[in-house]
Design a protein around this ligand. Structure first.
Ligand SMILES: CC(C)(COP(=O)(O)OP(=O)(O)OC[C@H]1O[C@@H](n2cnc3c(N)ncnc32)[C@H](O)[C@@H]1OP(=O)(O)O)[C@@H](O)C(=O)NCCC(=O)NCCS
Length: 233
């Protein structure tokens, strides 16, 4: 047990550059307190003391701002940074070395029964304010961007961002997004007519300008033109 607690503290010091010491980890990290209390409530829940486990977890939520249902299964080296506003649903399963930030929800869609919360595989990072809904798997080593809303499974080693969550990076390679809003795409024919109209306007302005100067000088605007020959003849 003590080895596990030492590993929890080491995880904070390793993953949060703002944590200077073991004392700071013990006293300033509500995420650590919430995880330790969750181990107790999870044991109680598993042993059948469901009400007591829930009551304790609600009290922990009151003090830390982090709500972890006692039924959730959480692996080693789990780190919740800052913590306020984190909600982890009853049937969530979290692997090893997972990091989450404040405001993260691992919730249900409201449409499923039984296993209705996400499974987060090892080494996943979930950014501030991200929401992951439903019985979906976030694959090993993936990152969920801050503020994303994820409702579809995410393969391993991906970065998923936005609402709804889309895979932006897979195995270190950027995924180019295709713009399917064809109504917003430029029409090449219209663009060509616009360019031609612009050119004609410029030429007309230039001709008018040349004519004005020629009139002021009393000479034909376009020497050799039909109009010029008629005026001479
Ligand atoms: C997603 C994240 C982990 C970066 O992962 P990454 O694999 O390095 O991804 P990149 O930075 O290469 O970004 C990939 C694409 O996603 C976009 N993107 C990155 N984070 C995003 C986010 N949170 N929301 C929307 N788009 C995002 C980038 O602009 C980029 O888009 P592009 O391909 O069109 O240029 C990071 O941006 C993030 O959100 N971290 C959360 C950290 C956090 O919560 N900190 C709280 C501290 S209190």
């Amino acid at each position: 047990m003590f080895a596990r607690m030492r590993a929890d503290i080491a995880a904070i010091k390793e993953r949060d550059p703002a944590c200077p010491s073991t004392f700071s980890a013990l006293t300033n990290y509500p995420g650590l307190w919430a995880v330790w209390w969750h181990r107790i409530t999870h044991a109680l829940h598993t042993a059948g003391f469901v009400w007591l486990a829930r009551a304790i977890s609600q009290s922990v939520r009151h003090h830390t701002g982090i709500e972890i249902h006692p039924g959730a299964s959480i692996g080693e080296d789990f780190f919740i940074d800052h913590g306020m506003g984190v909600v982890i649903g009853e049937t969530s399963v979290i692997g090893r070395r997972v990091t989450i930030y404040q405001g993260v929800t691992l919730g249900g869609t409201g449409k499923e029964r039984g296993k209705r919360h996400p499974t987060i595989e090892d080494n996943v990072v979930i950014g501030v304010g991200a929401t992951i809904l439903g019985n979906i798997v976030i694959g090993h080593g993936s990152k969920v961007g801050a503020g994303a809303v994820v409702v579809q499974a995410v393969p391993a080693s991906c970065t998923v961002v936005g609402i709804p969550g889309r895979v932006a990076v897979r195995e270190g390679q950027r995924i180019e997004t295709v713009d399917l809003h064809h109504e917003d795409l430029p029409d090449p024919v219209v663009e060509m007519f616009r360019a031609l109209q612009h050119r004609i306007d410029r030429l007309e302005n230039r001709l008018a300008h040349d004519e004005d100067i020629a009139q002021e000088d009393g000479r034909p605007a376009f020497p050799g033109s039909v109009a010029d020959t008629e005026s001479k003849g």
